[in-house]
Design a protein around this ligand. Structure first.
Ligand SMILES: Cc1ncc(COP(=O)(O)O)c(C=O)c1O
Length: 431
């Protein structure tokens, strides 16, 4: 094993997090080569700096004027063309951390790593999984989950999903089911992934449910299991009901137990309506974490960043940072959430008119971009019928689960969308 990896492992020895690392995670380190030597030269090489593999002219990035002209004059060439540091733009990372604490008051005063910039939440999730999941490890998650987890968990890591029914028959989040699923894993280490607001259901636990989830996971960790708990907060902030838990579970879990490593994946993708920017963040926390241990975790992650996507788009980070510092950012963001909330409200009202319809039963939803139906007839048949006969797109996410993205349909079309889906279900179920 590389000596630098061994040093990082030493910094983590004695913490339970060391034992949670995958073999790959144990081998990870930040190389002492090009990146660090270039950083050193940036400080000291006052005469000539012949280190970094970019083209400079007078110390400034060379660029094509036709490309530069497509950006605002406000952005300097460095903000557009230069490589971004491995963990991302330092000021953006700090600002994201500050905002995270504002959005999650429970986090205030708690120690976490500084968010590391990744290429979208997918890359943050995939990277963190590679650091903590080995072949054959178990990953607990609700039975209604984002399809892409299959690629990350099953195919990339060859880990095993352990599913539990997301809802109780009464329509609450199934905390007992989560608990039993975690306890059913024989191995000491269990990974858990919780995504709220959820894709595909659009459900976020109530405050009472969120407390119960955190308490259950903390109890299990305190009784000896090593838990790696991912909060996939892709749709954070899109909360449309008063009793919904408006903080990330990470805020509570990041100092719940030395046996519980909390991992937060969040980002600009949906929160800042910047889907194509590919900017997300990865943050860690665990109880009694020392600076040294958090630093080692960060470095292992940076090593993995370096060995995969290396660094993220500079213009996307610069634009996001400038926007976040701008005077209208908060208001504009609120306006976006309000618009989706209006669609949510119309959808809820419209669905209430169909509540006795046995063909389609909406799963509970209160947030996010989506809602899903349990379908009496096969969901794929219904999807195809909707598409071929009614020119209406939806997603089949399970044998009997059909997902609608109300986020992508204008408010004045929601009622008609719902009546079309019910009409199609009537055709298919009767036929
Ligand atoms: C639950 C969930 N997590 C993560 C992502 C991925 O986000 P990104 O586009 O930033 O990779 C999505 C996107 O659809 C999602 O639904």
């Amino acid at each position: 094993m590389n000596e630098l990896a061994m040093e990082l492992n030493k910094a983590l020895t004695g913490t339970n997090v060391y034992e949670m690392l995958s073999d790959y995670g144990k081998r990870m380190y930040v190389p002492n080569g090009i990146v660090l030597q270039s950083a050193e030269a940036k400080q000291k090489a006052k005469r000539y700096n012949a280190t970094i593999g970019t083209a400079l002219e007078g110390g400034v990035s060379m660029y094509m004027p036709s490309v530069k002209s497509l950006f605002s004059e406000e952005l300097s060439p460095a903000e557009i063309f230069a490589y971004s540091p491995m963990g991302g733009n330092a000021r953006l990372r700090e600002l994201w951390a500050e905002e995270m604490r504002e959005k999650n008051p429970t986090l205030r005063g708690k120690k976490t790593t500084l968010p590391i910039v990744c290429g979208g939440l997918t890359s943050a999730l995939s990277l963190a999984f590679s650091l903590f999941a080995d072949k054959g490890d178990s990953v607990v998650l609700p039975d209604l989950y984002w399809e892409n987890y299959n690629l990350i968990i099953d195919e990339q890591r060859e880990a095993k999903k352990v599913l539990f029914d997301m809802f109780t028959p009464g329509g609450n989040f199934n905390v007992e089911g989560l608990k039993n699923a975690v306890l059913s894993v024989k191995k000491d280490k269990v990974l858990v992934i919780l995504n709220f607001p959820n894709n595909p259901t659009g459900y976020t636990p109530t405050q009472t449910e969120a407390k119960a989830i955190c308490a259950a996971l903390t109890d299990i960790a305190e009784s000896g299991k090593k838990l790696v708990v991912f909060s996939d907060d892709a749709y954070f902030g899109l909360f449309f009901e008063d009793d919904v838990n408006r903080e990330s579970l990470f805020a509570t879990l990041c100092d719940a137990s030395p046996n519980l490593l909390a991992i937060k994946c969040d980002g600009a993708t949906k929160e800042e309506m910047a889907w194509g920017f590919r900017i997300a963040f990865l943050t860690y926390g665990f109880k009694d974490a020392t600076e040294e241990a958090l630093n080692a975790l960060t470095k292992k992650t940076l090593g993995s960043v370096r060995g995969s996507f290396s660094n993220c788009s500079t213009p996307a980070q610069s634009i996001l940072l400038r926007a976040m510092q701008g005077p209208t950012y908060v208001e504009e963001k609120k306006a976006g959430v309000k618009k989706i909330g209006e669609r949510y409200k119309i959808l809820k009202d419209t669905l209430s008119r169909y509540k006795d319809n046995a063909n389609l039963t909406p799963y509970p939803f209160n947030s996010g971009y989506f809602m899903s139906f349990h379908t009496a007839c096969p969901a794929e048949t219904l999807r195809q019928h909707l598409l071929n006969v009614y020119e209406t797109g939806s997603i089949c996410v399970g044998e009997h689960v059909l997902r609608l993205a109300f986020s992508s349909v204008d408010a004045d079309k929601i009622e008609s969308l719902v009546s079309t889906v019910y009409q199609a279900a009537e055709d298919v179920c009767k036929g």
